[in-house]
Design a protein around this ligand. Structure first.
Ligand code: FES
Length: 73
């Protein structure tokens, strides 16, 4: 899906930029150009950065699949 129509950048490209280390919108812009023209896509870029950052860190979950495991005894 195209996220940034001005630069023809897809959500996959934005996710790839985040996974490569772009942890903020500005870094994504430098990596792939998304968000650098009209700015209309910036909220979506922010959502993707947030989602990728949380899922990549495994926040709130106990394993890579995002499944919360019962505490062991
Ligand atoms: S839609 Fe991304 S800068 Fe315009």
């Amino acid at each position: 899906m195209i996220v940034c129509h001005c630069k023809a950048v897809s959500d996959r490209q934005v996710r790839a930029a985040v996974r490569a280390g772009a942890s903020r919108r500005g870094a994504v812009a430098r990596a792939c150009g998304a968000g650098t023209v009209c700015g209309g896509c910036r909220p979506v870029i922010d959502e993707i950065v947030s989602a990728e950052t949380v899922s990549g860190a495994g926040a709130g979950t106990d394993d890579a699949a995002g499944v919360r495991l019962a505490p062991s005894r």
